[in-house]
Design a protein around this ligand. Structure first.
Ligand SMILES: Cc1ncc(C[n+]2csc(CCOP(=O)(O)OP(=O)(O)O)c2C)c(N)n1
Length: 401
C-alpha cells in the first residue's frame, strides 16, 4: 500500500513533466531503439544466473550467497529505488537543485559492491548510492550531499549524487565521464607494486568507453595487469545516444580483447550474475590482472532532471525492459527460496520510506556552506589573489549571509 502510494506519486510527477513536453518532441524519435536482449541472453553472449521469473535457468552458477546476504542485497536494492523516488520528488518540488535518476540500475552497483571487500577501493559513478550505504555511510550523509549542506565530505560543493567518501574507500565521480578510469587503473598498479593486496573497482557507463581515457586505461591494464575490475554499466543510452550509435562493436566487453584484458558480458538486471562475475574477477585479479565486465541493463528513468526521454525513445521500449526489472526478479528469486513474502515486502518499503523521511528532515535542517567557503581547499596555502577575493566578497555580504 505504502509502496503503491510512493509509486503513484512518482508517476504523477513524471506525468506532469511528460505531458508538458510531449508536443515539443513530436515526430523526433529518430534514434535507433535499445531493444531488450535479455530474453535471448545466450544469443547475445550475456551471462545470466536467473530468468525474468527468478528461476535458475542461466548459464552461470548460482553463487550461493548466504540467506542473510541475499536479503541484505535485496533490501539495499529496494532502499536505492526508494531514494531515487524521493530524489526525483525533491528536485521537482524545488528542494534539491538537480537529480540523476537510477531507476532500473539498482542491481549492478549493489551486487558488485558486495562482491568486493570493504577495504578495497571503489571509483564510483553518479547513479550508485547503494555502494556508500553498503560501506556503512549513514543515509543522512547522502541526503546532506543531495541538499548541498556544509557538513558532508564535499562541503556542499558538488552536484547532487556526485558522492563519495574517503573514509569508506569510495572515490567520488568526476563530472567528466570516464576521466577517472586511468586513476583507478593507476591506483591498482601502485597497490600491486607495493605488494598490497587491495583490489579496485571502477564503475562507468558505456558512453564513457568512447573517451580516450577508457582506452589508455585498458591498454595499460593489459600490459601491467593491475588488480582492477572495470565495470561498464551499459544502460542503453548515454543521454540521447543509444548504444548502436556509441560503438560499431557488437559488445562493449569485447573491447577488452583488443587490449589483452579478460572480459565478460553479464545481465545487469540479474544481481546474482553481476555478483558472480565481479567476485570471480576480483578473485582472479592478483594472477590475471584486470577484467572488463559489461553489465547490460537499462536506465528506466530520465538521464537527469534536465532531460526528457520522450524526445528520443518510445514507451514501448521502456515497457519491455520493465518486465526485466531487477527488483522484481530478485524478489521472485527470494520467494522461490521461501525467503520472502508480501508481508516482508510491505514492512521493508515502510521501513525504507520512514528512514528516508528521517534522513531528509535531518539533512535539510543542516546549515548551508557560507559563500566565502568557496575559496577554501583550492590550494593547501591560499594564494594572495584568493585571499583578496575572499576579503572583497566578505566586505560585500550583508550580515548573516
Ligand atoms: C567528458 C564528458 N563529455 C560529455 C559529458 C556530458 N555528459 C554527461 S552524462 C553523459 C552520458 C554519459 O553516458 P554513460 O557514460 O553511458 O553514463 P550514463 O549517464 O548512461 O549512466 C554525457 C555525455 C560529460 N559529463 N563529460
Amino acid at each position: 500500500m505504502i509502496r503503491n502510494l510512493a509509486a503513484s506519486r512518482l508517476k504523477m510527477v513524471q506525468h506532469v513533466t511528460t505531458r508538458k513536453k510531449k508536443t515539443v518532441g513530436k515526430g523526433k524519435l529518430n534514434a535507433p531503439a535499445f531493444i531488450c536482449p535479455l530474453a535471448q541472453a545466450k544469443d547475445h553472449g550475456i551471462r545470466q544466473v536467473m530468468d525474468a521469473e527468478g528461476n535458475l535457468t542461466g548459464d552461470l552458477a548460482d553463487p550461493d550467497l548466504a540467506d542473510g546476504q541475499l536479503i541484505r542485497l535485496y533490501e539495499m536494492m529496494v532502499l536505492v529505488r526508494a531514494i531515487d523516488d524521493r530524489g526525483w520528488i525533491l528536485q521537482r518540488s524545488g528542494r534539491v537543485e538537480f537529480w540523476i535518476p537510477h531507476r532500473g540500475l539498482e542491481a549492478v552497483h549493489t551486487a558488485a559492491t558486495i562482491a568486493f571487500n570493504d577495504d578495497d577501493w571503489i571509483f564510483l559513478g553518479y547513479r550508485h548510492p547503494g555502494t556508500l550505504l553498503l560501506r556503512g555511510v549513514p543515509l543522512v550523509q547522502l541526503f546532506a550531499q543531495f541538499f548541498g549542506r556544509a557538513d558532508e565530505p564535499f562541503k556542499g560543493r558538488r552536484l547532487p549524487t556526485l558522492m563519495g567518501d574517503r573514509r569508506a574507500n569510495v572515490v567520488p565521480m568526476t563530472t567528466q565521464v570516464g576521466s577517472y578510469i586511468p586513476h583507478a587503473c593507476g591506483a591498482a598498479w601502485a597497490a600491486k607494486i607495493k605488494g598490497d593486496d587491495t583490489r579496485f573497482l571502477a564503475f562507468f557507463g558505456e558512453g564513457s568507453s568512447s573517451r580516450g581515457e577508457f582506452h589508455s586505461a585498458l591498454n595499460f591494464a593489459g600490459v601491467h595487469k593491475p588488480p582492477v575490475v572495470f565495470l561498464c554499466e551499459n544502460n542503453g543510452w548515454a543521454v540521447t545516444t543509444p548504444t548502436s550509435l556509441q560503438t560499431a562493436s557488437t559488445t562493449f566487453a569485447e573491447k577488452g580483447d583488443a587490449y589483452g584484458v579478460r572480459n565478460i558480458r553479464v545481465d545487469g538486471n540479474d544481481p546474482l550474475a553481476v555478483f558472480a562475475a565481479t567476485r570471480e574477477a576480483r578473485d582472479l585479479a592478483p594472477e590475471k590482472g584486470a577484467t572488463l565486465i559489461e553489465a547490460v541493463t537499462y536506465r528506466m528513468g530520465y538521464h537527469t532532471t534536465s532531460d526528457n526521454p520522450d524526445l528520443y525513445r518510445t514507451p514501448e521500449e521502456v515497457a519491455v525492459w520493465e518486465a526485466w526489472d531487477p527488483l522484481i526478479r530478485m524478489r521472485k528469486y527470494l520467494e522461490n527460496k521461501d525467503l520472502w513474502n508480501e508481508q516482508h515486502e510491505e514492512e521493508l518499503w515502510a521501513r525504507c520510506l520512514a528512514e528516508i523521511d528521517v534522513a531528509v528532515h535531518a539533512a535539510e535542517a543542516m546549515p548551508l556552506p557560507g559563500p566565502a567557503s568557496m575559496f577554501d581547499d583550492t590550494f593547501e596555502e591560499p594564494t594572495w589573489m584568493l585571499e583578496e577575493q575572499r576579503e572583497q566578497l566578505l566586505a560585500e555580504l550583508e550580515p548573516g549571509e
